[in-house]
Design a protein around this ligand. Structure first.
Ligand code: ARG
Length: 477
């Protein structure tokens, strides 16, 4: 057997070099420590490539059998943790190829026909990311389901809605939660859309210009489940905009999670007391014995920073790179991997915390989040949340809205001086602010009346909210 160039640790690529790499350069340029997680995609890509090479008569049927056998045992070695990853072989691609040649001889050396690591790595990352995208899409659905099912039980639970973090108008807890469902639904749409652009095959682009071998790119695309092939070889090996899009998705999704987390933290504080979290989602303090901290929500909020950072890292990485492949692109992996891990794990844990576990057999629901409707109602009673309803009432009695607004401002001022809610002022006092006010005013001054009044699409009336719950249930089924 001819000498395998990959056996020579310092000379993985060519006999041209006359001195070995320094150890520092080797460590600096190697990616195997992190890109080994692409191994399965690398093997799948190689199997499809080899199968096509054989079909095109570029390697023999026996070569193909040998390559398949070798890659199969490599997969087993890696899975069993027996594979020896070598730093001197730089990356996942050269490690697997070297081992293949060790196992099956010359056939292994033919695998790289018509291929470059440039189109190979672009293919691997796309294949790997596609699989992760599908898992994240499922986690997003779970997150939405958890929120929808919690909402289904709280269409009548009134809480204060805020603007500027000041009590504004009453809303139902369900309506509030469903706002997040809308956000996560859009995240899901973004993900499904960007998946289409991930799912294109770079192989065949070779180093940058295409290849002189008669490859059948469509065959490889089909074998790997790609929707089609990249149409320009320079673009195929060099752009990572699919990774940028994914990271933008991940950053936006994490921002949504972070907003919800911030609310969970606020709601759990003693000053709100709207919810409680099950112990399994809290930690204690090493010094203050009374503390139960909502660490999961805080960490989700905190981890948003690093995912936003990964988006910045990747965008900056791409900026200023001339065509075609540059080694800069090796730096795409760690941010991308961490963005994937963080958004997936965060969605899973938040879905579990918000939804708890549901046992369909017994119908029992061990929720991670306990809602305290009484505390929400008490908070909604503060801050004159139904003042707008009084203004709307006067408008319906014939006042122009601006005049009604002014009348109610006087009423609120008077109620504040008394330290009471509008609904507590006697009818005679209210009539002192405007003669159009009659006894039916107390219907609109109640929290429930305020909620019920907003009975239009997108409004907080329980009837509307329950319709939304059903729409989401059908969409997520
Ligand atoms: N490890 C490399 C990367 O992640 C693989 C491609 C290397 N190509 C090259 N021409 N050096 O980008």
């Amino acid at each position: 057997m001819a000498m395998n160039p990959l056996d020579n640790k310092a000379q993985a690529w060519s006999a041209l070099f006359s001195e070995p790499m320094s150890e520092l350069v080797q460590r600096y340029t190697a990616s195997v420590d992190f890109d080994q997680r692409l191994w399965r995609a690398d093997i799948d890509g190689s199997l499809a490539h080899a199968d096509m090479l054989a079909a095109q008569g570029l390697i023999s049927a026996q070569d193909l059998v040998d390559i398949q056998r070798g890659l199969d045992s490599i997969a087993q070695e890696i899975e069993a943790g027996r594979f020896e990853w070598k730093l001197e072989l730089e990356d996942v691609h050269l490690n697997i190829e070297a081992r293949l040649t060790q196992l099956v001889g010359d056939a292994g050396k033919k695998l790289h026909t018509g291929r470059s690591r440039n189109d190979q790595v672009a293919t691997d990352v796309r294949l790997w990311l596609r699989g992760e995208v599908d898992q994240i899409a499922a986690a997003l659905v779970e997150m939405q389901r958890a929120l929808v099912e919690l909402s289904a039980r709280h269409a009548d639970t009134v809480m204060p809605g805020f603007t500027h973090m000041q009590v504004a108008q009453p809303v139902s807890f369900a309506h509030h939660l469903l706002a997040y469902v809308e956000m996560f639904a859009r995240d899901g749409e973004r993900l499904a859309d960007l998946r289409k652009r991930i799912n294109r095959l770079p192989l065949g682009a070779a180093a940058l210009a295409g290849t002189s071998y008669a490859l059948d790119r469509e065959r490889v695309a089909k074998a790997l489940g790609f929707d089609g092939v990249c149409q320009n070889s320079l673009d195929a090996v060099s752009d990572r905009d699919f990774a940028l899009e994914f990271s933008a998705f991940a950053a936006i999704t994490m921002v949504h999670v972070s907003r919800l987390s911030e609310e969970i933290v606020l709601w759990m504080s003693q000053n709100f007391g709207f919810i409680d979290l099950a112990d399994r989602y809290c930690t204690g303090s090493s010094i203050m014995p009374q503390k139960r901290n909502p660490d999961v929500a805080e960490l989700a909020r905190g981890k948003t920073g690093r995912v936003v950072g990964h988006l910045m890292a990747l965008i900056t990485l791409m900026k200023g790179q001339p065509l075609a492949y540059n080694k800069d692109n090796q730096e795409d992996k760690e941010p991308l991997f961490d963005a994937v891990d963080t958004v997936r794990d965060t969605l899973r844990i938040m879905a579990e915390m918000v939804g708890g576990t549901h046992d369909p057999a017994s119908g029992s629901w061990s929720g991670g989040l306990r809602v305290k409707p009484e505390a929400m109602r008490r908070a909604a009673m503060k801050g004159y949340a139904t003042a707008t309803d009084l203004a709307d009432y006067l408008v319906k009695k014939g006042l122009p809205f601006r005049d009604a607004h002014e009348v109610v401002a006087h009423a609120v001022k008077a109620a504040m001086q008394e330290g009471v809610d509008l609904a507590v002022l006697p009818l005679a006092t209210l009539q002192g602010f405007h003669s159009a006010i009659e006894a039916d005013v107390f219907d609109v001054l109640s929290l429930q009346g305020s909620l019920n009044a907003r009975d239009l699409v997108g409004g907080t009336a329980p009837a509307q909210v329950l319709q939304q719950v059903e729409r989401h249930r059908a969409r997520l089924a």
